[in-house]
Design a protein around this ligand. Structure first.
Ligand SMILES: [Zn+2]
Ligand SMILES: [Zn+2]
Length: 271
């Protein structure tokens, strides 16, 4: 089994303080063969203001130094977690272009409401006791996931944490049946498959594992082939958490390989 974690953060992200060298050290300790650092660039900030700043110079400097230091011990890739691309696709393309030749991988994310609730990060919404808001959040996120995969497939390589609103809906003691979103998710998955993009199994540090068997079944039935796996670690202690379990779930769902990306092209590894 090819142990890889291709959704991780370092101090280049506003919500992480981890030097990449510490994340790489943790990867070696966890037995990973490949690590991709995917620091945040969000086109909407936490409070919903247009943003899109990303320090490519600092990101590349850090990446080059750690890549050289771990040569022969760990395959290190340079990625980006690009949030809210459908909000401003031209800006998204400009940010990606800043990665140049060295950019291996782009995760397509949606952390914010778009066109509702002041465009704030879903983290700040309070879902307790408000089923209507829970449903609105899922509809908002899935409609923009659809926009990303159908209209701007050049703005991502793997669709990250497709159930992001559920993290906070459940945090607030609420829940929604996934089957209510089967039609929307199948449409998204079909488009991901058709365009040769990947679906991410995001373990959320090993906390979110239960939804994936059903989602993987739907993805497979929609023609999906490429899957990436990430822990979404923001500190060394969370690197690779849930990754071996995710690989086992992917295999059990009938997939025979896992994907990583180099220069934005998929590389498959047998499971
Ligand atoms: Zn994210
Ligand atoms: Zn992330």
């Amino acid at each position: 089994m090819y142990l890889c974690d291709v959704h991780t953060h370092s101090l280049i992200s506003p919500d992480s303080e981890a030097p990449l060298t510490a994340m790489a050290e943790a990867s070696v300790s966890a037995g990973l063969e490949e690590l991709c650092v995917t620091d945040h660039c969000d086109l909407l900030d936490w409070e919903g203001r247009p943003d899109g700043s990303f320090d490519w110079t600092a990101a590349k400097e850090q990446y080059r130094a750690v890549k050289a230091a771990f040569d022969g011990r760990l395959a290190l890739r340079l990625g980006l977690e690009l949030g809210s691309a459908p909000f401003d696709p031209d800006k998204a393309r400009a940010v990606i272009a800043g990665g140049g030749e060295e950019l291996d991988f782009v995760l397509g994310s949606l952390h914010n409401w778009i066109g509702d609730q002041g465009n704030i990060d879903l983290y700040f919404s309070r879902f307790a006791g408000d089923m209507a808001l829970c449903r609105k959040a899922m509809d908002n996120a899935l409609s923009h996931a659809w926009a990303l995969v159908a209209r701007y497939p050049d703005c991502y390589d793997s669709l990250a944490h497709v159930l992001y609103p559920m993290r906070y809906i459940r945090r607030d003691g609420m829940d929604l049946p996934l089957t209510d979103y089967e039609e929307a998710l199948r449409a998204i998955f079909t488009e991901v498959a058709k365009t040769g993009r990947a679906l991410e199994v995001n373990t959320h540090h090993g906390l979110d594992m239960d939804d994936w068997p059903l989602l993987l079944r739907w993805f497979k039935e929609c023609g999906g082939e490429l899957i990436t796996v990430g822990s979404d670690a923001h500190r060394p202690g969370d690197v690779a958490k849930g990754v071996p379990e995710a690989l086992a779930l992917i295999k059990a769902a009938g997939f025979d390989h896992i994907a990583t990306f180099e220069k934005r092209r998929p590389v498959t590894h047998p499971l």
